[in-house]
Design a protein around this ligand. Sequence first.
Ligand SMILES: [Zn+2]
Ligand SMILES: [Zn+2]
Length: 293
Amino acid sequence: MKPETMLVRKLPGKVHFGMGMIPRTRLFLNWLFHRQSQTCVACGKLAGHFSEFTGLCTHCSIQIPWIYNIRCVHCGRPTFCPDCVRPDRLARYYICNRSAISYTPMAREWIGQFKYRGNEKFGPLLGEILNRAYQAMRHEFAGHNCTRFKRSLWDVDIVTCVPVSEKRLTERGFNQAQILAEKIAKQNKLPFLSLLVRPQDTGKQSFKSKNERMNTMNNAFSVIPNMVNLMDSFILKAGSQRAMEHMHSVTILLVDDIYTTGSTLQACARVLREKALEQGVHLAIFCLTLARS
Ligand SMILES: [Zn+2]
Ligand SMILES: [Zn+2]
């Protein structure tokens, strides 16, 4: 046998025997990590193909209950809306609400995983879904002027969110509406500012009647101290030319996770507008929610 042939034959054997265990372990860990990273956050199955939404398989992505057609321009409902035509609803403190998806059992499960079980994997996914609704809002209100190179006729000056009480914050460790609002602000290079506080926990609203909710909600929120001054400094820092030109009128995007009756958004918008008006500032409040029940 020629020496060259021996070298060729022995070399793979040496590598396999001497260093094989480390690459094999690494390979196994890589496979394990890869396998976990390829599990869909929603259905938990190994996914061959992923959608454009973080961690979501294509099968789950086609089931997202998007609200495509808005039938109620006030609350963003996709079906006939008997609520917004009621006389007590005509005094609305926000201009309108738009929601990304319908509150189906699947949406409830996803939001519940994020909100109550602290499953952080749902954060990016829900943020991306909400951002779709924000982009649709831009298109709806700014029309064709909304391009990358042209200033939009509809500009949000400040993104804010519905707050949770200290008690809830301690229980959950985070405010889901704030996380979503911060994602919208970051993705769209807008300033985020917590303008509202919730001094007391109002308890489970879902067990109360509509009238009870309204009464409880009316006094549930207050604004942060020096709100108008802080808003001014944030807008100036963000360099919003439109806001600097019209400092007396500021457009607010108020974010929450679920729109049920609108009483929470109404109470938040009311206190925001009233306190700003005391300082001579007019707020135009648009609401953006993840799901419409
Ligand atoms: Zn899936
Ligand atoms: Zn409506």
